[in-house]
Design a protein around this ligand. Structure first.
Ligand code: FES
Length: 283
């Protein structure tokens, strides 16, 4: 299994489909507000896994009800729920997928195709059930259920092995010990311009706005891009830093994610000033 997955990650032949599909998706999903909503920016949590839980949960419930027999109506409802929620789940996943690197996209492409085939089976299953043919509807439902589990397995590989859309900043926090750490002399900090510093081996971004100082983790939560090399931009009147790699944008005062592909806020440390020295501690 491990070898199979490694071969899939390295199957550069898939790029012939993956690269043009990525470009097509990026131009089809041009409005930034739409892309942000699909990444989960407004809710501060990646949207695709939350939606996938609903779709997969409906499919699993339908499979259990089909095994129990005599549960045609609730099983049909569950299949209907899965089919109705699938388009938005797929769209949110495709939007995340378009921002991944090549190896992640190869696995993600197969994940998408397998899940799309599963949704096809469930759609046909729903049509048969609505016509009263529950026996064949059940069979197609089971076929779709087998496929969606293969898709879910690949989705798990993408997240847990390849780190796709996982908040990369979270692990950096664990590398900072508890307690107050000096990060900069406040008088040496420029106003309105973040500077890069470090706490031990963990890079941080220090931002001074008047008397307020904030300290954010410097490595972007999306794919560890160097925020210290990013542009400072104005979003709705707030100073934000834009990641130079894929454009995720975070408010400098509190790390709030303003634009994706990052779906989570950038972690911010607690700060205090002691004898003109800015100190930071874990949140
Ligand atoms: S690394 Fe992708 S947006 Fe920062």
């Amino acid at each position: 299994m491990k070898q199979l997955l490694t071969r899939l990650e390295q199957a550069s032949g898939l790029d012939r489909i993956s690269d043009p599909l990525q470009k097509a998706l990026q131009s089809a999903l041009k409005p930034r507000m739409l892309r942000d909503a699909l990444h989960g920016v407004q809710v501060g949590h990646p949207l695709h896994p939350a939606l996938a839980s609903f779709t997969l949960g409906s499919m699993t419930s339908a499979a259990i009800l089909d095994v129990l027999r005599g549960q045609e109506f609730p099983a049909t409802l569950m299949v209907g729920g899965a089919v109705a929620s699938a388009p938005i789940t797929v769209l949110a996943g495709a939007n995340d997928w378009a921002e991944l690197d090549a190896e992640q996209r190869r696995v993600g492409l197969v994940h998408m195709l397998v899940n799309a085939a599963s949704v096809g089976f469930y759609t046909a299953s729903l049509l048969l059930r609505l016509r009263g043919d529950h026996a064949r509807g059940r069979l197609l439902g089971f076929a779709g259920f087998c496929l969606v589990n293969v898709g879910a397995f690949l989705g798990g590989h993408l997240a847990y092995k390849q780190g796709a859309q996982v908040n990369q900043a979270a692990t950096q926090l664990h590398r900072i010990s508890d307690g107050w750490h000096p990060v900069a002399d406040i008088s040496a900090l420029p106003h309105g311009m973040p500077v890069s510093r470090s706490i031990g081996e963990v890079p941080v971004l220090v931002y001074r706005d008047g008397d307020r100082v904030s300290v954010l983790l410097e490595r972007c939560g999306h794919e560890t891009g160097p925020l210290g090399e990013g542009r400072v931009v104005d979003v709705d009147g707030d100073a934000c830093v834009e990641c130079p790699w894929h454009g995720s944008t975070f408010r400098l005062a509190d790390g709030l994610v303003m634009h994706g592909p990052a779906g989570s806020d950038q972690p911010v440390l607690r700060t205090r000033v002691v004898n003109d020295v800015v100190e930071a501690n874990l949140p």
